[in-house]
Each structure stands twice: as C-alpha cells, then as structure tokens.
Design a protein around this ligand. Structure first.
Ligand code: ZN
Length: 461
C-alpha cells in the first residue's frame, strides 16, 4: 500500500500528548493515520484535501495519547481472582500453585480473552503475558493465548515461561507443577520458532521467561539466557520482588538477586524484569549500566505487601521502566490505567517522595517506557509520523474529568477515562467504551464457566 492509496483516518479538535522525546503536546490538534501507520500529528486541523479519507473523527473534549503498553501479566490468573486476599507473596504462591497446576487449554484461552478484553477496553494496545505453568497434558497453552490476542486484535508479546526447581530441589512450587530443565528449554525454543514474528509492524513477539530465582534452577537461568541470545529474542523474569526473595537468594546463592542475575548472564538491554522493588544503589547502577529494563507493578506490589519500587531513582539513573498490571490474582482490577495512577500516587508515599513522579512521567512509563522495555521503541509508544497507529482517544468532557484543568492530569490523577476510540495497527478495537472485536458479555460468561471448572478440579484433586 502506498501513501497515495492508503485508507486514512483523520482525528481532529483534541488535545494531544505525543509522549515523544521532547514531550510535545498540543492543546488542540490533529492526527492522520494512513493504513497501519501515523502519517501526521500536529496543532490545529489536519491538512485539507487528503485522499482516501475513510473516516473523520471530531474528537472535541478528548485527549489523544499513544496506546498503553503493558509489560507484565499472567493471563491464566484471570480464573483465580480474589483468592488468598491477605497473604504476602510466598504464602500467596503456596496457596495458589496447587490450583494453577490444574489449568488446561480451554481455561487459558478463556482467561486470556478476559485479561486482554479488560486491558484493551482500558486503552492498552500492546499486551504482554508471562506464562510459566505448563501441567502435563494440558494442551497448547501458549498457542491459546496467542489465538486470543489475534481474535481481539491486540499487539502482543508472549513469553514462554518455565519452572524447574520444585520443592524437593529447594524451590517454592510443588514438584508436580514444574518441568524438567530440558523440557523447558526445548519448549522455549519451539515457541520462538513457531510464533515469533520479528518483521516490521509485527503483531506478535515471543520472549524467553523462566519464572523467578526461587522456582528456576541456575542451569535453566543460564541456558535460557544463552538460548534467547542465540535466537535473537528478549528475556524476561521476576526479580527483587520481596524481602523473602532477597533472603532466599542470600541463603541459596550467597548473594542478592541482582548479583545472582548478573552471574547467570541476566543483565543486559535485551532483558526486562518485573517488580525490582528491593534494589540497592549498586543494583540500580547495574541495571542502568547494562540497560536492563523494569516492569513496575505498583498495584500488585501493594496487594502482596512487597514494598515500593524506587522508580524515581531508577529514572534518574537511566533505567528503562515500563508499567505492568501483573497477574490478576494479585491485581484484581486487571487494567493499566490503575497502574498509571498508582505509580504516581505510590511514588509519593515512599522514602523517595521528594523526587516523586509527575503525571507526565507516569504517562510516559505506561507508553514510551513500556515500548522501550519490550524493545519496540522504534515502532510504538509515542505519536510520531512513521510509527504504528496504536492510539487512544480518552473522553475527558464527562462527569469524571470535565473540571480537571490539565488533560494529562485528568487522565492520570482522575478516575479511569472512557475510551471513545482505540486503534491498534490502524484498526478500531474499542469504540465508545465497548470492544469491537469481541463480545464482552460472552467473554465474561466463558471465563466464569472456566473459573468454576478450575475450582472444581482443584477441589477434587
Ligand atoms: Zn508476575
């Protein structure tokens, strides 16, 4: 498709936060989308007499931003929300592992549809999932998630997770919930070969993602890093989430989590880690020096009482930081707007509050920051000509927002703003607050059916 023949969407009369490197904003501006790319962004009305305009949107009362980018999630947990409500991380995991060990393909497909629908409806245009529970005979779980993302039209980074350190090897998960090291590596390689699409504008990336230091052997950590680098894909895991994890690493490895990651080849600009709550100055410096990214998950960290990540210090040091919903068993809300708001507010509660985040920094974490963490900053995360057309029109003239003076403050400090239009790859996925690519009520009913099935299987076990 050439520029002359591209189908165009013209959006006008809205405030625009481009989240480009300079933080360019327009109080009233326009966007032109041609095919799956942004063609122009600027102040005032769009150029007249553009050919091929299929749709013209009068977006008065709205703020346009890049689509939100989620950098950490566990879709399958959609079926186990509201359990272990008052546990810290390790007790929460020990309670839930035996239930999660019963998941199968229809469950994961329904959970992925629920998770993706919730996020897409709230302005997420790039989703990510970290799936690491692969019970024997459960079917093609990664394939089920990928199918769900394709059905809903959401850009997706799937990760093939793994656990090979069961309780009998000193790990936290029960033995029946883990794979062997060889199985995990072979399946990770197969997932990349079958699904990873590195082409420009890709809707699907795959990364390699052993679960955490307390559920994965040192051999698997090392070999997974080598595998990902051989295949040219990214690496993801959980790191430095809780004081218990820090203690575990010192006892088992004689060093803290960041030193352990460094010793296994796990610091680098092709790596991003969820949480990174308990980080010393030296840990933050090591992340900055190596370009290792962080998926900051403030709601989940609060839910399991993990602590407050030092995000302002990370940003000052130059660490790439994005936002994550995390699994919905530790963040029942399951949508990313909450994380913009909580990242902002929680950063003002901790010991680093004098350097706390601004609303614009929070928006950047949820867009350009997330794009960088996923290695996609050249294509998504800001509204600039040539980038992929992943964008959201937030309605700010309604009850919740009409009296908040600054549109970016309205979006971040205010209640979740209704999404009037969300484009992913140039196609409308949300219109007037409802998904266009699937029926939300059907998704809710199917997820409930599978959630009950899982509860029954776990109770009978
Ligand atoms: Zn997680």
């Amino acid at each position: 498709m050439t520029a002359a023949t591209a189908r165009r969407i013209v959006i006008e009369n809205c405030a625009i936060a481009t989240v480009d490197a300079e933080g360019t904003e327009h109080a009233e501006g326009h966007l032109v989308v041609a095919g799956n790319r942004i063609e122009s962004v600027g102040p005032g009305p769009a150029p007249r007499d553009l050919p091929g305009v299929a749709r013209r949107v009068d977006a008065a009362g709205h703020l346009a931003t890049p689509g939100l980018v989620n950098t950490h999630h566990h879709f399958y947990q959609w079926l186990t929300r509201g359990l272990a409500q008052n546990c810290n991380l390790f007790d929460w995991l020990v309670t839930l592992y035996p239930i999660w060990a019963r998941i199968d393909e229809p469950m994961v497909h329904a959970a992925a549809r629920g998770s993706l629908a919730m996020m897409a409806r709230g302005g997420v245009t790039t989703a990510m999932d970290h799936h690491y529970v692969f019970p024997r005979g459960a079917g093609d779980l990664l394939g089920a998630e990928i199918r769900a993302a394709r059905e809903l039209g959401v850009r997706f980074t799937a990760t093939r997770g793994s656990m090979d350190r069961g309780a009998s090897d000193g790990g936290l998960p029960p033995d029946f919930a883990v794979e062997t090291t060889e199985e995990a590596l072979a399946a990770s390689e197969r997932a990349v070969a079958e699904h990873h699409d590195p082409s420009p504008g890709s809707m699907l990336h795959v990364a390699v993602a052993p679960c955490s230091p307390f559920s994965v052997s040192t051999e698997l950590m090392r070999e997974a890093a080598a595998l990902a680098r051989r295949l040219g894909v990214r690496l993801h895991t959980h790191g430095s989430e809780t004081v218990e994890e820090e203690k575990y690493c010192h006892e088992l490895f004689g060093m803290g989590p960041t030193d352990y990651f460094e010793s296994t080849g796990w610091l680098g600009e092709d790596v991003w880690m969820a949480h990174c709550v308990h980080m010393s100055d030296a840990d933050i410096a090591a992340f900055a020096r190596t370009g290792t990214g962080v998926a900051h998950c403030p709601s989940s960290n609060a839910r399991v009482a993990a602590g407050i990540a030092r995000v302002p210090d990370m940003l000052t040091a130059g660490v790439p930081v994005g936002l994550g919903v995390d699994g919905t068993a530790s963040n029942e809300a399951g949508e990313l707007h909450t994380e913009l708001r909580n990242a902002l507010l929680i950063s003002r509660l901790g010991p680093h509050r004098e350097k706390a985040l601004t609303a614009r920094q929070a928006l950047r974490l949820g867009t350009a920051g997330g794009a960088r963490v996923l290695g996609r900053q050249a294509e998504i995360g800001s509204l600039e000509p040539g980038k992929l057309a992943d964008l959201v029109l937030w309605r700010l003239d309604g009850l919740g927002h009409s009296t908040i003076a600054d549109p970016v403050a309205a979006l971040v400090f205010g209640p979740p703003a209704p999404v009037t239009l969300s484009l992913i790859n140039g196609l409308p996925v949300v219109e007037n607050g409802r998904l266009r690519t699937a029926d939300e009520d059907t998704i809710a009913a199917e997820a409930r059916t599978q959630s009950r099935r899982l509860a029954r299987l776990a109770a009978d076990a």
